[in-house]
Design a protein around this ligand. Sequence first.
Ligand SMILES: [Zn+2]
Ligand SMILES: [Zn+2]
Length: 174
Amino acid sequence: MFLNLTETLINEEKVVETQVETQITEVSVGGETYPGHALSPVSFVFTNTGKGKARIDAKAAFVFTAGCDRCLKPVEQEIALCFTREVWAPDAAADPAVYEEQPFMDGFTLDVEDLLISEIVTSWPMKILCKPDCKGICPTCGRDLNEGTCDCDHFVPDPRMAAIKDIFEAEREV
Ligand SMILES: [Zn+2]
Ligand SMILES: [Zn+2]
């Protein structure tokens, strides 16, 4: 979905409010693709903030299906967005680098999905868990340890240990 922002960008003090149905059906984060959709139309307010300049205020809510980081069970992950972005008309940005920071703009046109996807990726949670104390799956037999223990001969971390393990893993990822 493309929105032409010419009116807001060229008319001082112009404010345009609109609701948009997005066509987002998935998002790719860190090489994984997660299916999902918007929970409601996205609310936009476009406010002129000077010559060839506008502010975008947006509110949106999405739900994506992702596997639990420990047991791989599908989890519905809600992403609520509420953000503000400044945009420039192509000829108004004094510094061309400013214009390059808005890849979701093509001239006076906003690519709604492009903008929203970049915001979703930024808001993507570090950890996705089906529940805070998910015990994960047994690395030997694959049993879901939330449903009971298995007979494998190995140390089964309790949820507190799993939390500590996450901290170590997070540190290693940095
Ligand atoms: Zn889980
Ligand atoms: Zn096992």
